[in-house]
Design a protein around this ligand. Structure first.
Ligand code: HEM
Length: 515
C-alpha cells in the first residue's frame, strides 16, 4: 500500500454512495464489453471473491473498516499471501515474514520497482523523479545514491548535529510553553511533528528559518498530502471524468508548492554562489547535492526547479509524520507502562547526570534503544511499505506475480505474529534485553519486524529516523514526567489511518517538569 507518500488505503466515506451507484452501473456494462478481450488468466493467490470490474472495492469500502483492519481480517482468513482486486488494480498482499524475505531480499532486484501511478501523483513526483516514486533503474539508482551517500551517511549526519540540538531545545521549550497555556496538557504528535519537520527543513534548504516560515512550508506540504489522498478513480479510471474539480485543485496546489518553495531554492543557490552573503545559510544542505546531481546518461541537464521541489518535498514528507507518529505511540506506551518510563528515566539519569542528553549518549543507553525498537515493532508508523511491483513476471509461494500488479507488504502483520514473537501484544522492551528476542531491522538475516521496509527499497532514512525518535523520547522523558489526560484515563490504543497510522484519539498528556 502506498501508505507513506500517499495512502491509497483509506476510501473516505463520502465517496461510498457515488461509488456504489456508478460502479454498479458501469461494472455491468463494461463486463459485457470486455468479455471478448479478457486478458490471459494467471494463477493469482486466493482472495475474497469480488464483482466483475470493481472486484473487491465494494467489500473494502462497505466493510466500515479501515484498510489495514480489513487486511488484518483477510490475513486471518487467507493466510500469508492473498489477492484483492481493487477495480483495475490487482493487489497481492504479503503478510508472512518468510515470503517477504524471499521476495524482497532473495529476489530483491525483481521486486524493486514501483507500479504505474495515477496522473496526480505523477505531477507531484515530477514524473517519477524522486527516490520513492522512480522505477527501478538508473534514475532511481542515481537519486538514491545521492541521498544516501551525500546526505544520510553517518559522516554527513554528524554535520547536522547542531541543527538537531537547536531543534530539540526549541521542542522542549515549545512543550513547556504549550503546557503553561493549557493546564499542563500537551498534544504530543503536534509538537513532535513540528520538531522533526524543522530539522528536515534546515537540512533540505540549508537556511535557518523562523517559526512563521516553517509553519507556512508545513501548511503547503499538508495541502499536497491532502490532494494526494486516494480517490475512487485511482481504482476505476473510467470514473475520472467526475473528478475534474479535484484535478484542477491538484494543479493549483502543485503551483502553490512550486511558487512557495522555489524562492528558498533560489536563496540557497545565491548563498552558495556568494559564500558569506547570507547570514541564515548553514554550511551544507540537501539542495547543494541536488543542484548538479549526476543522473543517468539520458538526462544531460541539472534538475529543474520543479524537479527540485519534488525531491525536497519527499525528504520533508518522508521523515516528518513517520517520526512524529512513532513518538506519539512511544509516549502513549510510557504512560501506560509507568515502570518502563521510570526505568528509562533512571537510565538517562545514570548516563548523563545533570547534562542534557546528547546524541552520543544514545549508544550508551541500551534500555532507550530497546524502548525505541519495541515501539517500532508494536506500532510501525506505516502498516504497509510503499507499493512494490515486479520487473518481470515471477512466482511466489506457488502463485504467479505478474508485472504491474501492486505488491503490498503488511508490516504490522509481521511484527505482531505470534509465530515470531512471544506475547506480541505486550509492549515489552525487556524482550530485547533480558528475554533474548532480537530482530535484524534490515531483514537481511531474516525478517521479524520491518518498520522501514527491507531490501533494495528499504527506507534510506532508517538511521536518521531512529536517531530523531531516540533523541526526542530521551529529552522528553529527561525533562518531564508523562501521565494520562484526563488523569487516570486508560489510553485507547486504536489506530487511525492518515498519512501514517496515528492514534485515533490524538494523545493528550499531562507533563510535569522533573525536579
Ligand atoms: C521513523 C521514521 C521513518 C519510517 C518508519 C520510515 C518508513 C519507510 C518505509 C516503510 C518505506 C517504504 C520502503 C519500501 O518501499 O519497501 C520508506 C521509504 C522511504 N523513506 Fe522512510 N521512514 C522514516 C523516515 C524517513 C526519513 C527521515 C527520510 C528522509 C530523510 C525517509 C525517506 C524515505 C524515502 C526517500 C523512501 C523511498 C525509498 C526508495 O523507494 O528507494 N524516511 N520509509
Amino acid at each position: 500500500m502506498t501508505s507513506l507518500f500517499s495512502s491509497t488505503a483509506s476510501l473516505s466515506s463520502h465517496y461510498h454512495l457515488i461509488f456504489t451507484v456508478l460502479a454498479f452501473l458501469l461494472s455491468a456494462l463494461i463486463f459485457f464489453l470486455t468479455q471478448k478481450t479478457k486478458s490471459k488468466s494467471h494463477n493469482l493467490p486466493p482472495g475474497p471473491p469480488g464483482w466483475p470490474i470493481v472486484g473487491n472495492l465494494f467489500q473494502v469500502a462497505r466493510s466500515g473498516k479501515q484498510f489495514f483492519e480489513y487486511v488484518k481480517e483477510m490475513k486471518a482468513q487467507y493466510g500469508s499471501i492473498f489477492t484483492l482486486k481493487m477495480g483495475t488494480r490487482t493487489m497481492i498482499i504479503l503478510t508472512d515474514a518468510k515470503l517477504v524475505h524471499e521476495a524482497m531480499i532473495q529476489k530483491g532486484a525483481i521486486y524493486a520497482t514501483r507500479p504505474p501511478e495515477n496522473p496526480t501523483r505523477n505531477i507531484f513526483s515530477a514524473n517519477k523523479f524522486t527516490v520513492n516514486a522512480a522505477l527501478y533503474g538508473p534514475v532511481w539508482k542515481s537519486l538514491r545514491r545521492n541521498m544516501v551517500q551525500n546526505m544520510l551517511s553517518s559522516t554527513r549526519l554528524k554535520e547536522f548535529k547542531s541543527v538537531r540540538e537547536d531543534a530539540m531545545d526549541k521542542f522542549i521549550n515549545r512543550l513547556k510553553v504549550n503546557a503553561e497555556k493549557n493546564n499542563d496538557v500537551v498534544v504530543v504528535v503536534r509538537d513532535a511533528r513540528f520538531a522533526a519537520f524543522s530539522i528536515l527543513v534546515v537540512m533540505c534548504f540549508g537556511l535557518e528559518m523562523d517559526e512563521e516560515k516553517l509553519e507556512r512550508i508545513d501548511q503547503v506540504m499538508k495541502n499536497v498530502l491532502m490532494v494526494l489522498d486516494p480517490r475512487i478513480d485511482d481504482y476505476l479510471p473510467i470514473l475520472s471524468m467526475f473528478f475534474s474539480k479535484q484535478r484542477k485543485r491538484a494543479l493549483e496546489v502543485r503551483k502553490e508548492q512550486i511558487d512557495f518553495l522555489v524562492p528558498f531554492i533560489e536563496q540557497r543557490r545565491r548563498a552558495i554562489q556568494n559564500p558569506g552573503s547570507d547570514q541564515t545559510a548553514i554550511t551544507f544542505s540537501y539542495l547543494d547535492t541536488l543542484f548538479d546531481v549526476k543522473v543517468h546518461e539520458g538526462k544531460k541537464s541539472s534538475p529543474s526547479n520543479e524537479e527540485l521541489v519534488s525531491l525536497i518535498s519527499e525528504f520533508l514528507n518522508g521523515g516528518t509524520d513517520t517520526t512524529a507518529t512513532a513518538v506519539e505511540w512511544g509516549i502513549a506506551q510510557l504512560i501506560d507502562n509507568p515502570e518502563v518510563q521510570t526505568k528509562l528515566y533512571q537510565e538517562i539519569n545514570m548516563t548523563v547526570g545533570d547534562k542534557k542528553v546528547d546524541e552520543k549518549d544514545i549508544e550508551k543507553m541500551p534500555y532507550l534503544q530497546a524502548v525505541v525498537k519495541e515501539l517500532l515493532r508494536k506500532h510501525p508508523p506505516t502498516h504497509f511499505v510503499l507499493t512494490h511491483s515486479v520487473t518481470e513476471p515471477t512466482t511466489l509461494g506457488g502463485y504467479d506475480i505478474p508485472t504491474e500488479t501492486n505488491v503490498e507488504v503488511y508490516i504490522a502483520g509481521i511484527s505482531d505474529d505470534p509465530k515470531l514473537w512471544s506475547n506480541p501484544e505486550k509492549f515489552d522492551p525487556e524482550r530485547f534485553i533480558s528475554k533474548g528476542e532480537d530482530a535484524d531491522i534490515t531483514g537481511v538475516k531474516g525478517v521479524r519486524m520491518m518498520p522501514f521496509g527491507v531490501g533494495r527499497r528499504i527506507c534510506p532514512g532508517l538511521a536518521i529516523g531512529t536517531l530523531h525518535i531516540s533523541l526526542m523520547l530521551a529529552r522528553m522523558v529527561q525533562e518531564f514526567e508523562w501521565t494520562a489526560y484526563p488523569p487516570g484515563k486508560k489510553i485507547d490504543f486504536t489506530g487511525k489511518l492518515e498519512f501514517t497510522v496515528v492514534m485515533k484519539e490524538s494523545l493528550r498528556a499531562v507533563i510535569k517538569p522533573r525536579e
